[in-house]
Design a protein. Sequence first.
Length: 313
Amino acid sequence: MRIVISGAAGFVGSHMCDRLLTEGHTIIGLDNFLTGNRTNIGHLARERRFELINQDVTETFSVDGGFDAVIHMASPASPRDYLEHPIETLEVGSVGTRNMLEIALEHGARFLLTSTSECYGDPHVHPQVETYWGNVNPVGPRSCYDESKRFAEAITMAYHRKYGVATRIARIFNTYGPRMKLDDGRVVPAFLDQVLRGEPLTVFGDGSQTRSFCYVSDLVDGLYRLLLSDEIYPVNLGNPNEMTILQFAEAIRDRLNPGAPIAFQPLPEDDPKQRQPDITKARTLLNWEPKVGLDEGIAKTIEYFRDLVAVPA
Ligand SMILES: NC(=O)c1ccc[n+]([C@@H]2O[C@H](COP(=O)([O-])OP(=O)(O)OC[C@H]3O[C@@H](n4cnc5c(N)ncnc54)[C@H](O)[C@@H]3O)[C@@H](O)[C@H]2O)c1
């Protein structure tokens, strides 16, 4: 297939490009480098089947030639990034999603949206199943991200219902791995950065809030299977192995620097207390489940961050 993918220079986008190239596809990547990084796709510089266009997808644009699939991954994704860029986040989820749907419609291409578990907000249903409508504060600080993704899902369904676009929606849960930014505020790079620098690990609240971490190769495998599937309604993709943030901090500390202290700070506003995907649907429909355990995934991620932390600022 010839595939257009927005957010190609981002953390997940760059891994998705690698996977699609491995599968033999040709890629036109679009990115405005708001939160992404050219080095994430630097290894593809000589790849004939990969082209990167500096394009803000909230602006009007067209892509030359035919293509078979459109993957819309562009969006700030870490709380630090979307709190710094709230308007851009809302625009890329709304105008950007519409623009990407328009090119899919025009070219008769299938469309995959990377939505998020943040659509569930601070959930009252646990684990989170796709039929749960969520508990989102529409005016809280995180609403720029949560509501932009909820809008993105709504307009994706509207293009399917009104125009028959073959749409797919992935609700991604916390994912980690190489190419995350050290300073993006997400918990995996934050803990690794702190422990590798010999600083205390910062835990917000009492650390009893839970998260489930999926290694990036597992996620892109799920995204690829979903792209090829016929499922119109959202599908959760994430690792159901849930743990408290404190347990996670201790696991990283014990592995790298058992003497490192843990420092507690106030919980940010609207921080979800629980996160665990119900992946029954992905298991049944896509024959997918995560394969990389936390030890293995963290070891691969540490290798990547060790090099970054070694570079003087
Ligand atoms: N990583 C996760 O844990 C996670 C969880 C849930 C959902 N997601 C979703 O997956 C996608 C990728 O997330 P990520 O972690 O790789 O984030 P990221 O910030 O690393 O990548 C996003 C990419 O989109 C680009 N971008 C942003 N606005 C753009 C615009 N207007 N035009 C063109 N490019 C633009 C950025 O420059 C960046 O390269 C996002 O849609 C995110 O919401 C990720």
